[in-house]
Ligand binder design. Structure first.
Ligand code: GRF
Length: 192
C-alpha cells in the first residue's frame, strides 16, 4: 500500500491504559495514503502503560492523565485536544470511564473498540463470559461512545469461532487480530 505524502489528514487522539497494540496498529495504518487520519496525541491514564513507548518511537505527543480528579481532568484534556486540533478520539484499551460532560463536549467524535459482539458482554471479562456461556462465536466491535457503557451505535463488528480448546487467553489473542483489522477500517468508514 502507498505511504501518505500530501493530502489533509484528520487529527486523531488515541487514549490507552495498557499494552497499546491497537495504538501501534492505528499508527501503522495512518501512514497509508488511503487512511485519512493521523495520530497526533496519545493520552494515557497510567504512567506505566506499555503503549506509551510508541510516543517516543513515532514522535507523537503524549500526556499522562490522573483520572482521579475528574473535573480538573476534563479541563486539561479538552485544552490539549483543542491545542492539537483533534477531531476524533479513539479509545483503545482505555480502562477509565469518561465523564458525561466530556462525552457531551466531544459528542459523536469518540469511538471505542470492545472485545465482544456487542450488545453481548458489555464491560469486563468478555472472553471468559462468552466461553462460560458456551457461545459459538465471539468477536469485537467498534462503536461510538455515549454516556451508557459500551452501548453507542455500532460502526463495525467482526466475529471469530470459539473452539472447544479456547481459553480466555487464546480467544483474546484471536480477537485482537480482528481488532487490528476493523479499527482502522471503522475509522476510515466514518471519516470518508
Ligand atoms: C483490546 O482487547 C480492546 O478491545 C480492549 O482492551 C484491549 C486493548 O489491547 N478494550 P491493546 O492495549 O490495544 O493491546
Amino acid at each position: 500500500m502507498k505511504k501518505s505524502i500530501g493530502p489533509k489528514k484528520i487529527k486523531i487522539a488515541v487514549f490507552i491504559s495498557g499494552k497499546g497494540s491497537n495504538l501501534k496498529n492505528l499508527i501503522k495504518f495512518s501512514k497509508f495514503k488511503k487512511y485519512p487520519f493521523s495520530i497526533k496525541l496519545i493520552i494515557s491514564s497510567s504512567n506505566n502503560a506499555i503503549g506509551l513507548k510508541y510516543s517516543k518511537k513515532y514522535k507523537i505527543t503524549k500526556k499522562i492523565i490522573n483520572y482521579d480528579k475528574k473535573i480538573k481532568t476534563d479541563k486539561i484534556i479538552l485544552q490539549i485536544l483543542n491545542q492539537k486540533k483533534i477531531k476524533l478520539i479513539c479509545l483503545a484499551g482505555f480502562m477509565k470511564i469518561l465523564s458525561n460532560n466530556f462525552i457531551k463536549r466531544f459528542k459523536g467524535k469518540i469511538v471505542n473498540i470492545h472485545p465482544s459482539l456487542l450488545p453481548k458482554y458489555k464491560g469486563l471479562n468478555t472472553h471468559a463470559r462468552a466461553i462460560k456461556n458456551k457461545d459459538k462465536f465471539a468477536g469485537c466491535t467498534v462503536h461510538y461512545v455515549t454516556s451508557k457503557l459500551d452501548s453507542g451505535k455500532i460502526i463495525l463488528q467482526e466475529r471469530v469461532k470459539i473452539s472447544k480448546k479456547d481459553t480466555p487467553f487464546s480467544l483474546a489473542k484471536k480477537i485482537l487480530k480482528k481488532e487490528h483489522l476493523i479499527y482502522p477500517a471503522a475509522i476510515k468508514k466514518i471519516l470518508n
